[in-house]
Design a protein around this ligand. Structure first.
Ligand code: AMP
Ligand code: MG
Length: 653
């Protein structure tokens, strides 16, 4: 926890509101303790696996070495098996002559003749040492003396170039312990001992069901108001990643009878059941009601003081865990990793996951809800004094906030914020931090991907964090990024971007984007008009609804210029992206808005050009010489990028 965190000793009492929705909100720790108490201890079921099928499985019992490895004293080199005492006086000027015995020991040849005093036996690497010999001389250290003798000019110590029986693995030695995950190295040890199969923990079969009338499986067409089932795929994959065997049973509509039938048949042949969605106890939320009919003791926790993830429901039905994850994919994943993975791994006979942690500075204040342990996903970038953890601002409905983050930090239930500058502990999603080669923080534009594609293809990693022009500028001033893409109009000078630069930043011209009015093709109110006339026509029609943009967006400045004092219907609908504006118009939630030409054309909307906007880059001068920055500047100026930008509807500067 950060040192400067505000601690509040008396949390607000908001239980009245929560009790309406949830029976009893448990703390994260209480919920985990009760869930585990209802499930453990339990026997881990095991099965025999052939070595070839054992990769990734967890050993269910200790393995003891049944033989010595190597099984006999073995030569490590090509040479001659000798008695070291014979060579005690050997030297450069006093060679010792040894008579060769009449056999050669190859790999796989058992010796038949004893090495008597004054003799030697030719031996290959891996050959068993014959009786009488106690060392090996390398062939390079001998000279032939006729066809049946050698001269040796150096002394050898007993045991030279010999691996003794059992020196690698000794018979009876504990080879591998219960819980060890079998990788290629373990398979090698088992094979060396001649073990063909091992007893491993049987992977728990985990049935996965998504719930919701709105869900469609990937690959199928999306009808209005439907979304793709994200949780089914991601939960199944996370189960497999943590030692389970996921059995995905699809998305079931919010229908009590259908859902109950699906849950009963899933539980009948699975060790665990994981559902997602339908936990908020709203009208259509049924799964928690069904659970209490599936077996004792039933629901253990419904509602946990976690953010994201409050609607989590934990149950045990006749010894089997039944979990309902929240519907929002990010909430589902957090609760799954934080509270379900430990249980799954224990059932799978695996040790607890050891997550790597790093410390990083939080550059902005993060507000947090009192009374709930809050997890905040962060992207890591390298700052001037160590790592910086940028919170991902997309919220619990965003799947990208999970996929693009490097890890997460935790804000204590009793803190209402994490102040800017806090030194926080970040739990990583992967074993190592991989800080990106190039960090771009600011306004996002689809054109940016066309330029950075070249860097990605050259093996450079690029992290682009969308925080808007002003946020990017602030990050650049703090030296937290290499480049800040901005499109900020200055009223006074009537120019873009340059007036916003400060010492330490320089402008790299990017490209021009045509901003204009979008409307559905064929809308007679707008066809054939210029931008000013189109807005006048919209204002004249009380039935006409607009879609605005968020405060701080470059596009918003243009809209305000056109609207003046007018506040038409839809003014307060203020989405944060060009695409959201196009979607609102295309789906008839609004009749007009302002977006950039490439987005309007991609959505097949009518477009009235209004103003060409300058999308440029504030470059942090101190970082200009970094190879990735140079690569970006090269890519930006390349014919390839210019052509791609033009094709997409942008005009390179
Ligand atoms: P619910 O808990 O069912 O009310 O769902 C909360 C939110 O999560 C709604 O916006 C759902 O559409 C969404 N959601 C539920 N299940 C899934 C899923 N499997 N994939 C993606 N989103 C989902
Ligand atoms: Mg639902």
């Amino acid at each position: 926890m950060g040192s400067g965190m505000t601690m509040i000793t008396k949390p607000h009492d908001r239980s009245a509101l929560e009790q309406e929705q949830f029976l009893k909100i448990l703390s994260r720790e209480d919920a985990i303790a009760r869930f585990e108490a209802a499930l453990f201890p339990r026997a881990i079921s095991s099965e025999m696996r052939r070595l070839a099928d054992a990769l990734g499985a967890a050993l269910a019992e200790d393995v003891t070495a049944p033989i010595d490895v190597p099984p006999f004293d073995r030569s490590n080199v090509d040479g001659f098996a000798v008695r070291s005492a014979d060579l005690a006086a050997a030297g450069e000027v006093s060679p010792v002559r040894l008579v060769l015995n009449n056999e050669t020991i190859h790999c796989g040849t058992a010796p038949t003749l004893q090495v008597a005093a004054g003799t030697a036996t030719p031996i290959a690497t891996g050959g068993p040492l014959p009786r009488g010999a106690d060392a090996v001389v390398m062939v390079e250290h001998t000279q032939p003396a006729g066809s049946d003798a050698i001269d040796v000019r150096r002394a050898v110590s007993p045991g030279q170039f010999v691996s003794y029986a059992g020196s690698d693995i000794a018979r009876g030695e504990a080879l591998l312990r219960t819980g060890t995950i079998i990788g290629s190295r373990e398979i090698g040890m088992l094979a060396a001992c001649g073990i063909a199969g091992v007893t491993v923990a049987r992977k728990p079969r985990v049935a996965v069901i998504s719930t919701g009338d709105e869900l469609v499986q990937p690959g199928e067409a999306l009808a209005p108001a439907e979304i793709y089932d994200t949780n089914g795929a991601i939960v199944a994959a996370a189960i497999d990643e943590n030692g389970g065997e996921a059995v995905f049973l699809g998305a079931i509509p919010d229908d009590e009878a259908k859902l109950e039938a699906a849950m009963r048949s899933a539980l009948a042949d699975a060790d665990m059941l994981v559902l997602s969605g339908g936990t908020s106890k709203g009208a259509g939320d049924l799964s928690h009601r069904i659970i209490n009919r599936l077996g004792a003791p039933g629901i253990i926790a419904h509602g946990v003081a976690l953010k994201p993830g409050k609607p989590l429901c934990l149950a045990v039905c006749d010894g089997k865990p039944v979990v309902i994850l929240p519907g929002f994919p990010t909430s589902a994943m957090f609760t799954f990793h934080d509270m379900i993975v430990p249980v799954l791994r224990r059932m799978a006979g695996l040790p607890p996951r050891s997550d790597a942690k790093v410390s990083a500075t939080v550059p902005v204040r993060i507000a947090s809800e009192l009374g709930r342990t809050e997890f905040v996903m962060v992207s890591l970038v390298e700052g001037n004094n160590g790592l910086i953890a940028y919170p991902s601002g997309k919220g619990s409905g965003a799947i990208t906030s999970f996929a693009q983050a490097d890890g997460f930090l935790r804000i204590d239930a009793l803190a209402d914020q994490m102040p800017a500058g806090t030194d926080a502990e970040v739990t990583l999603f992967t074993p190592h931090v991989r800080v990106p080669d190039l960090v771009i923080v600011g306004s996002h534009c689809t054109g940016l991907d066309l330029v950075t594609a070249q860097l990605a293809h050259a093996g450079l990693s690029v992290r682009s964090i969308a925080v808007g022009s002003l946020g990017g500028l602030a990050a650049a001033k703090r030296g937290e990024c290499d480049l800040a893409p901005i499109h900020l109009f200055d009223d006074k000078s009537e120019t873009y971007n340059t007036p916003y630069l400060v010492d330490g930043l320089e402008l790299v011209p990017g490209w021009r984007r045509m901003q204009g009015i979008v409307f559905r093709k064929g809308d007679k109110r707008f066809e054939g008009l210029g931008a000013t006339e189109a807005v006048a026509a919209a204002l004249a029609d009380p039935a006409c609804i607009m879609v605005n943009r968020n405060q701080g967006a470059g596009t918003r400045i243009l809209i305000d210029r056109l609207l003046g004092e007018a506040r038409p219907e839809g003014y307060w609908n203020q989405p944060r992206s060009h695409n959201a504006v196009a979607a609102a118009v295309a789906q008839h939630r609004a009749d007009w808005g302002m977006t950039i030409a490439p987005v309007a054309h991609a959505a097949n909307l009518g477009f009235i050009p209004f103003a060409e906007e300058h999308y440029d880059f504030a470059l942090v001068t101190a970082r200009k010489q970094r190879p990735a920055v140079q690569a970006f500047l090269d890519a930006l100026g390349s014919d390839e990028a210019r052509t791609a930008l033009e094709r997409a509807g942008f005009r390179p500067a």
